[in-house]
Ligand binder design. Structure first.
Ligand code: THU
Length: 126
């Protein structure tokens, strides 16, 4: 799958976001080493701290279906800034794939990519 195909799945997933509080939809498409893709969106809650981000939704879907080896995740938000994953999502993904690639896209055609290990130096582990 090309970067752009994965990014377009992330964009499509953002359309399912449940965001009555922030009005900020985010979509993620997580590609496993075997090529399987799990998508996710952010799901907010009146208890704001119970909100789950798009990336963690996709990751939980994958792990709960028996997938733990990840190659890339594409993230989409119609935002001014690149939608890089929040700290909690970086730590969460790092658990399974420290060297995975993170593709971030906002409105328009351009996207940026990072290695998770570069975004999350000295991640917690024990
Ligand atoms: N959000 C994500 O889905 N992923 C991130 O990495 C950062 C933030 C969501 C959470 C909340 O629903 C909205 O964006 C605004 O913070």
């Amino acid at each position: 799958m090309t970067d752009r195909e994965l990014l377009s799945l992330a964009k499509k997933a953002s359309m399912n976001a449940y965001v009555p509080y922030s009005r900020f939809p985010v979509g993620a498409a997580l590609e496993c080493e075997d090529g399987t893709v799990f998508t996710g969106c952010n799901v907010e809650n009146a208890a704001l701290g119970s909100t789950i981000c798009a990336e963690r939704t996709a990751c939980c879907k994958a792990v709960s279906e028996g997938h733990r080896s990840f190659k890339r995740v594409a993230i989409y938000a119609d935002s001014e800034n690149w939608p890089t994953p929040c700290g909690a999502c970086r730590q969460f993904l790092y658990e399974f794939a420290p060297d995975m690639e993170i593709l971030c896209s906002k409105a328009g055609d351009r996207y940026v990519s990072y290695k998770l290990s570069a975004l999350m130096p000295h991640a917690f582990n024990y």
